[in-house]
Design a binder for this molecule. Sequence first.
Ligand SMILES: [Zn+2]
Length: 854
Amino acid sequence: MPGRNLSRDEAQQRASILAVDSYRVRLDVTSAPDPAAATFRSTTTVAFRCSQPGAATFLDLLAPAVRSVTLNGRSIDPATAYDGARVHVDGLAAENVLTVEADCAYSRTGEGLHRFTDPVDGETYLYTHYEPADARRVFATFEQPDLKAPFSFTVTAPAAWDVWSNAVHEDVVEEGAARTWEFAPTKPISTYLTAVVAGPYHVARDHYSRELADGTTLEIPLSAMCRKSLAPSFDADEILGVTKLGLDFFHEEFDYPYPFGKYDQAFVPEYNIGAMENPGCVTFREEFVFRSKVTDAAYEGRANVILHEMAHMWFGDLVTMRWWDDLWLKESFADFMGSYGLIGARTRYSSAWVTFANQRKAWAYRQDQFPTTHPITADIRDLEDAKLNFDGITYAKGAAVLKQLVAYVGSEAFFEGARRYFQRHAFGNTELADLLDVLEETSGRDLKAWAAAWLQTAGVDSLTPQVTTDAEGRITELAVLQDGEVLRPHRIAVGLYDRDADGSLVRTGRIELDVTGNRTVVAEAAGRPRPALVLLNDEDLTYCKIRFDAESLQTLRAGLGDIHDELARALAWSAVWNLTRDSLMPARDYVALVLRFAGQEGNIGVLQSLHTQAKTAVDLYADPNWRAEGGRLLADGALRELREAVPGSDHQLAWARFLAQTAGGAEHLGLVRGLLAGSARIDGLDVDQELRWSLWLALAAAGQAGDEELAGELAADNTASGKRRYTQCLAARPTAEAKAVAWSAVVDSEELPNALVEANIAGFAVPAHRDLTALYAAPYFKLLERVWSERTIEIAMRIVGGFFPHSQTDEQTLAEADAWLDGHPQAAPALRRLVLECRDDLARALRAQACDRA
Ligand SMILES: [Zn+2]
């Protein structure tokens, strides 16, 4: 489609001549409950100035039909002005009023105005999601972040519905079966941040107020919504409680009153991502409304996201990046603030930095070792580039680097810099230099070299201790070796650990220092007794992969689980996982560590990562000849720990889920069936609806779930979530027919909504079914370009990443991937990037298998 992929050059050109004064957007969604109605009426009136009268420009719009275009009272024929993606206008005046009337499409992919019908009660729900550039699916817009303007929305909807947007509604007028909601003008915001939520949502309301320094009182109405049928599971008090703690905390740290009036948080169906920071109207995936028991890691994760989105009200919404190159300016900060805020706001999630070290950083390390990695400040040529950069670098590495910056300049200089940044750039747009300016002012340090090393280069360094000792076992020299393409300045703590009287590994010494270049001597260590374990980057101050000297590694093999400190233990787990991924530790050794020590891991989030990683180690990194035995060992371990776990505990639930993921033999599957039937019981384990589906998935993947049994489970749980789990179970059956149906449902039709695309792919791609799915490697490479051109980018990304033959870990599949890459140098760069990353994962698996074999 011409122009669907807006380039940075085009955006710069447009911003150089235009300034937008206001948008008025009228939407009529009264047709939404009628499934036969494919479109809704959208009318946009945008007032803007042009510094070069007579020039031409365009609005972005992805709509099935444009009814009329009017520029300054002059009617323009849509047949010539609209090309399917852009509304072209010329002969601009110094001041312009442009109105575009269009029929826009209800979305089923989560992009634009998504429509969902609840199977429980038949109710219809709508919400918008735009980032980076899907506002143009709902109204005509200058779709780029630096053309900010106040927006006034008017929405006509069924009379029984409520409607929300970024601002409060000023008026509601009822006319027959419809109500029209007039919303107040917003503050100047970017197009991707506008939002509408509409439907018969269940609402919980609350209020936040705060005395400001000038003696006035800030009042913020709060609300939280979800579908009516989820209301019994909606713990709005917990959500609103975290919200209030966050508002206290960010006001104290940022010293800039929340600028967007009210604060609504909508939990919406079939959402593609975690959440979106629309000012005053945040949207979240509704899986954060927990239907069944979840572990505390899930509550912590949700609280983290609540604070992440709230931090965006300042970092991103009040001050916005000029273009997507500086996406990190909001995402790295928000990701950092999610964890920092959990501690600082005094929520009950005091292990937030453990989770960050163990999970967020694993995402960053993985992404940063792909051949496609990029600096935190990226080179984003167009919207497709932008879409792919919501990645482990922009979020997790960026946040880790900010944590290092806090260690480098101190938290006072860091937050004073943030306060000046908001004051100076409120309602404006910024680039890297704007942030460095304030941080240099407040820290008194030259940050250009720091930024060049940390923000403008790619890749992860490894730090390895080198220890020499004398005859008495005292350290003669401890050095830190740095390895990487870019050697960076690292502020780190070195932890020295020994066994105490109880056998725990505890820290007996801590040395903080700056590491630079390829070898740094830790002078303070000389003369101390050689410890059992030298832990570099203790406290996780910097971003690096840590390695061990031989004696420390031996200590971990014998007693990783004995490390007393939770964060130090999480760092050790993370390090041995990196060793496994880098073919420096055989996969079966990693599995042995998990089997030996996971049972004593107290942190539930860390335990759940260990489960995922151990499964990956067996499925992808182990010698294929050992895979069956490895799988059996995991299932045996899961069963043993499940029986030993404290009844009713989170750990018990995590081990039950892990048993469901690993069950293969008759004994394990028999227990799974018994738990479903109620003939087997584990004391304290509630086999609730979500756990039931996990157990059914185990049986389905083993070919032991009958069609009628699965249909019966769906009948008992005829919900959106039930439908997804049922679909996944069907696709997970080990038959050629099940795989063919799932493949075709995703590839041959555009009927499936995003949630069921995901469910089909997940079921199709069961690693143990690699013999069945091998047939699809060749068709996969053939369909890539068609998928990329025909499907929306969100769906295309899922198909490209999800159907890649990940479990075909053999040289032939690697050669097929290479052949496609060699044969398609002109394919869309974003598509090539995805395939390159999958190909790199495959090559990594082959190296790990060779290590495991040896
Ligand atoms: Zn974010």
